[in-house]
Design a protein around this ligand. Structure first.
Ligand code: BG6
Length: 513
């Protein structure tokens, strides 16, 4: 396709990948329509994709190329971050085709291989192939097997072959190990890209820049100065028609095992030796290995789980979780989880990391808050005048940015101290919208940069930690608490922090979803 639709306004920050084919398994699914094609369209519109991009959607339904493109145009118009321009869409959509195949049918893969080879020789491009698994996990095995049998997983002489795998990557350590084995049977680790879309979010990428590109933070980024860290992912949405999956998963597996542990590792890791993918991922793995296991009796002390009941959000009444279509009767699946995590290493000894994720909260918002220790109780921080601690907040979404709260004297002849905020907003500071996470991740995979993808050992370490909690929960669900939809979670989660002389921050974001 034509990459000169509109010239890339920021050439330094974007490397245009080599020509390649992206084969999407699950082409008629939600992910393809809501995220993948809109991301590719935006990349293309900004001149960020190779001149000869070949996007092949694979799915079971009978469909012509034109019908497929028309459907994608409708969904891209709805979900793209920038409005769809007729000319740009026309040019971009030429790069898309549809391949009907049953995932278990070997012939379908042979025909796919033929199509790819034909395209590559007609357009005189290398056999660079990126396979994207946008399908339910129960399809992973059969697709991997057939890609291997049809030799599609094997790199050709003149190109590379890579695979992108969506979450959930297993449901516990055992299944993740099994899946890693299956993947490695067809693709080496260096060609495997496990998606965690939180790593593609602009502000998540900024955590390392904030820490290691500024001289003032590293010296205070430790137990000497930090009282605790809070990581929150609040959603006002419920299960949105995904009860079949969610009721089996719950908040701990759905959000903490992947997204929130990723944010925690970026916040807590040591400076990597270099910016190479493995140097960074090595440091993240060390953090995961240092997490103090929460299992057996300690689960009840350090973890709160809860489920929403009916309530109100933005003056609209909402159903309780158990009333949602597709939720099992008497389900004890948690829609909220809060954890107190200890990192047993030199830097973090004694600093609790409080992590919470919940659905049906009053507002949506994801943030990391670094709460610093109080100043000594002399001079200004005395009984009549207890000061708020300094807090550094990294807002992952919405209104991406970073703020720092400090104490300042209010104007006037009396000494009165109040917290004030220094606030950086991406939206206003850089004057351009943030790319969507999937844009960055697709681009990186095309360029062979695995930094923002989870490595096999990272996924397994995260599951090791989560399994301890799930195992205790499986024994009894007596500890399951409840909270009204539209509230900030159960009181038991507040108590978790109060025991540590802390309290949850109230997120004051606009409701976005
Ligand atoms: C997904 C979870 O991985 O992340 C969803 O499966 C959740 O349940 C979503 O809603 C949140 O992502 P984001 O980008 O909307 O914060």
């Amino acid at each position: 396709m034509n990459s000169s639709l509109s010239p890339n306004s920021d050439p330094i920050s974007r490397i245009i990948p080599e020509p390649c084919s992206i084969v999407i398994f699950g082409a008629t699914g939600d992910l393809t329509h809501r995220k993948l094609i809109p991301a590719l369209y935006n990349l293309a519109a900004e001149g960020g994709v190779p001149s000869s991009l070949n996007v092949v959607g694979v799915a079971r339904r009978e469909k012509s190329n034109d019908a497929f493109r028309d459907e994608l145009k409708i969904s891209t118009s709805k979900f793209s971050r920038s409005p769809v321009n007729e000319e740009q869409w026309k040019s971009f959509s030429h790069s898309i085709s549809y391949h009907r195949a049953e995932f278990h049918s070997f012939d379908g893969y042979l025909e796919l291989a033929k199509k790819l080879t034909e395209y590559e020789s007609t357009h005189n491009i290398p056999a660079n192939r990126l396979f994207y698994f946008a399908v339910a996990p129960d399809q992973f095995e059969v697709i991997l097997h057939n890609l291997k049998q049809s030799c599609l997983s094997k790199p050709q002489e003149n190109g590379w072959t890579r695979v992108i795998i969506e979450k959930p990557f297993g449901v516990n350590l055992e299944t993740a190990r099994h899946l890693n084995k299956l993947v490695h049977d067809s693709f080496p680790e260096s060609s495997t890209y496990r998606i965690d879309h939180y790593l593609g979010k602009e502000t998540a990428q900024n955590i390392m820049v904030l820490r290691f590109a500024n001289s003032i933070f590293e010296s205070i980024w430790n137990s000497k100065h930090i009282h605790h860290v809070q990581i929150t992912a609040a959603e006002s949405l419920g299960v949105e028609g995904r009860a079949g999956y969610y009721d089996q998963a719950g908040a701990l597996r759905d959000m903490v095992q992947n997204h929130l542990l990723q944010l925690l590792t970026l916040t807590a890791m040591e400076p990597p030796m270099s910016m190479s993918p493995d140097a960074i991922r090595d440091e993240k793995v060390k953090v995961l290995k240092s997490l103090r296991p929460i299992k057996g009796d300690s689960v009840i002390k350090h973890v709160v789980r809860a489920q929403y009941t009916e309530g109100m959000i933005l003056n609209q009444s909402i159903l309780g979780y158990k009333q949602e279509t597709g939720v099992a009767q008497g389900s004890s699946t948690e829609t909220y989880v809060a954890l107190q995590i200890a990192i047993d290493n030199w830097r973090w000894a004694g600093v609790p990391f409080f992590v919470r994720a919940g659905k049906r909260m009053p507002h949506a918002g994801t943030e990391i808050a670094i709460v610093f220790k109080e100043v000594p109780p002399v001079l200004f921080n005395t009984m009549g005048h207890v000061l708020d601690p300094n807090v550094l907040v990294i807002r992952i979404q919405p209104d991406e940015g970073i703020s720092f709260t400090m104490s300042a004297k209010t104007p006037g002849s009396r000494l009165h101290i109040e917290p004030v905020k220094m606030d950086f907003h991406y939206g206003t500071s850089f004057g351009k919208p943030n790319p969507e996470a999937y844009e960055r991740l697709l681009l990186d995979a095309m360029n062979g940069d695995a930094t923002l993808f989870a490595r096999s050992d990272e996924v397994e370490e995260a599951w090791t930690f989560i399994d301890g909690i799930e195992e205790a929960w499986n024994i009894s669900s007596d500890d399951l608490d409840f909270y009204p939809g539209g509230s900030w979670g159960p009181e038991s989660a507040d108590a978790l922090l109060h025991k540590n002389q802390a309290s949850w921050r109230t997120l004051s974001f606009k409701n976005t979803k």
